[in-house]
Ligand binder design. Structure first.
Ligand code: SAH
Length: 419
C-alpha cells in the first residue's frame, strides 16, 4: 500500500492571522513575529489583542511563557486576565525564575542605578519603577522613612509580597503602604485609602524634603500623597526662572510649583485650584518653609473661569504653570486633556505678559510630545502670539523607562516663551 504523502505543516508565521493559534499548552502562548521582536527589543507588554480571540484560562498573576512562531523562548511574564495589557514581562532570560533572590537582585540593581542621581537633600523619590526596574506592574516610592507601593494590575499579587520582603530588608522603612491602581472586579467604587502592608501606622501628615524644600505628605491617602515626585525636573525649572516674576500656578494642588517659585524669589505667586482643601496643605507647606503668605494668593475656582476674570481685569503674569489632570470633573463639565488643552493655553496666553514664560505639562501617555507641541502652536496661532519652546523636560532619572517602551514617557513638560 502506498504511503500517504507526509502531512504538510506551514510554519505558523505564514498562516493568516485569523487562524493563528496562540495557545500551545497551559502557561505558554505563541505570539506573532512582530510582537516577539518588539518584546525582544525592550517593550515590556503583550497586549490582549496579540493573544487572539480565545481567552486564556490562567489566573491573575500566573507566570506565562511567551514563545515566537518557531517556538523559541521570548520572555516570561505575569498574566492579567482583564487589562488590555495581558502579560507584563518579568524576564527575557529563560533560566531566571521568580523568587525572592531574583526580586532582591532587582531591588538592589534599582538602588544602584539611582546612586548619585537623586538631588541633594531629597528623601522623596521613586525606588522601583515597575517594568523598567524588572518588576512588572509595581512601583515603590520612598517618602522619608515610609514607603508607598502602587499596584497597576491584579497580576502583581504574585510579586508584591516578595518585593515588600526585599524593600524591608534593603531600605528598612517604618512602614509600607499599598495603593491599588486597577479597577476592582466588582466595578468602580470610591478610591479606597492605601492599606498598611508592613510596619507601623504612619502619621496623617509628616515632612519630607525635596531639593532642600519641605513638604507635608500623607502616605495613607487613596491616590496621591501630596507630592508628585515625577514632576521634580519641572519644579526645578520653574524655580530657575521664577526670580522677580509674577507667577500663576494653575491646578496648583498642594502648591509644589508655587513653593519652588516663592522660594526662588518670585515677586508674586497666585495658586488656583478647584478644591479648597488642597490650599490648606499648600499654606502649611509655605509656612513650613518660612515663606510669608502675604505675597501669595490662593484662589479656589475653576481655572478657565479664573483666567477669564483675570483677563477681563487686565491682570498679567510672567510665568504661568499649567498642569491639568488628564481627566477631571469641573463645574463646567469634564476636562479632557485632548479636547480642552488648547483652549486652556489660549486662556492662559490672555494673561501672559509680553515675553512671559508658560510651562505646559501633560501627564498622560495618550498625549504625545508632538501633539502637545502642536496644541501649544495652535493656541499661539489663535491668540496671535509668537510662542517658542525653550525647554523640554520629562521624567527624572528615578523614573527610568525601558528603551523601546516609547509610551512609558508619559510625563511631558514644555517651557515656552510667549512674545
Ligand atoms: N500641579 C500639581 C498637580 C495637579 S493635580 C502639582 O504640581 O502637584 C490636579 C489638581 O487640579 C487637583 O488639585 C484638582 O483639584 C485640580 N483641578 C481639577 N480640575 C480643576 C479645574 N477645572 N480648575 C482648577 N483646578 C482643578
Amino acid at each position: 500500500m502506498p504511503k500517504p504523502p507526509p502531512k504538510r505543516f506551514s510554519p505558523p508565521s505564514s498562516r493568516p492571522r485569523s487562524t493563528f493559534e496562540p495557545r500551545i499548552r497551559k502557561g505558554t502562548v505563541r505570539v506573532q513575529p512582530e510582537v516577539a521582536s518588539r518584546l525582544r527589543s525592550g517593550h515590556p507588554y503583550v497586549f490582549r489583542e496579540a493573544l487572539g480571540g480565545r481567552p486564556l484560562r490562567e489566573n491573575a498573576g500566573e507566570m506565562i511563557e511567551i514563545v515566537d512562531p518557531s517556538g523559541e523562548f521570548v520572555a516570561r511574564g505575569l498574566y492579567d486576565p482583564e487589562n488590555i495589557v495581558a502579560v507584563r514581562v518579568f524576564t527575557r532570560d529563560r533560566a531566571e525564575l521568580l523568587d525572592l533572590a531574583s526580586v532582591k537582585r532587582r531591588v538592589v540593581a534599582a538602588q544602584k542605578l539611582r546612586e548619585g542621581l537623586i538631588p541633594a537633600d531629597t528623601n522623596a523619590y521613586r525606588v522601583i519603577n515597575a517594568e523598567a526596574d524588572g518588576l512588572p506592574g509595581i512601583t515603590i516610592d520612598r517618602y522619608g522613612d515610609y514607603v508607598v507601593s502602587q499596584l497597576f494590575s491584579p497580576a502583581t499579587s504574585a510579586i508584591a509580597e516578595l518585593v515588600y520582603d526585599a524593600i524591608e530588608e534593603i531600605y528598612k522603612p517604618r512602614s509600607i503602604y499599598e495603593q491599588k491602581r486597577f479597577r476592582p472586579q466588582t466595578g468602580e467604587g470610591p478610591r479606597a485609602p492605601a492599606t498598611l502592608e508592613r510596619g507601623v501606622v504612619a502619621p496623617v501628615e509628616f515632612e519630607v524634603k525635596e531639593c532642600g524644600l519641605k513638604f507635608l505628605v500623607d502616605v495613607t491617602a487613596p491616590l496621591s500623597t501630596g507630592l508628585f515626585p515625577d514632576l521634580r525636573e519641572g519644579r526645578r525649572a520653574v524655580a530657575q526662572h521664577a526670580k522677580g516674576r509674577r507667577v500663576l500656578n494653575l491646578f496648583s494642588y498642594t502648591g509644589a510649583f508655587s513653593l519652588y517659585a516663592a522660594h526662588a524669589g518670585a515677586r508674586e505667586v497666585v495658586s488656583v485650584d478647584l478644591a479648597q482643601r488642597v490650599h490648606a496643605r499648600a499654606r502649611k507647606n509655605f509656612e513650613l518653609n518660612g515663606i510669608p503668605e502675604r505675597s501669595h494668593e490662593f484662589i479656589v475656582g475653576d481655572s478657565f473661569k479664573v483666567l477669564a476674570k483675570m483677563a477681563e481685569r487686565g491682570r498679567k503674569f510672567d510665568l504661568i504653570v499649567i498642569d491639568p489632570p488628564s481627566f477631571s470633573q469641573s463645574k463646567t463639565g469634564v476636562f479632557s486633556m485632548q479636547k480642552d488643552y488648547r483652549d486652556l493655553i489660549q486662556a492662559a496666553l490672555a494673561v501672559a505678559a509680553p515675553n512671559g514664560l508658560m510651562a505646559c505639562v501633560s501627564n498622560t501617555h495618550k498625549v504625545s510630545w508632538d501633539e502637545l507641541d502642536r496644541t501649544i502652536g495652535e493656541a499661539a496661532g489663535n491668540s496671535g502670539r509668537y510662542v517658542r519652546v525653550i525647554q523640554r523636560l520629562g521624567l527624572p532619572p528615578d523614573f527610568p523607562v525601558l528603551a523601546g517602551h516609547v509610551d512609558g514617557h508619559y510625563l511631558k513638560f514644555l517651557l515656552c516663551a510667549a512674545a
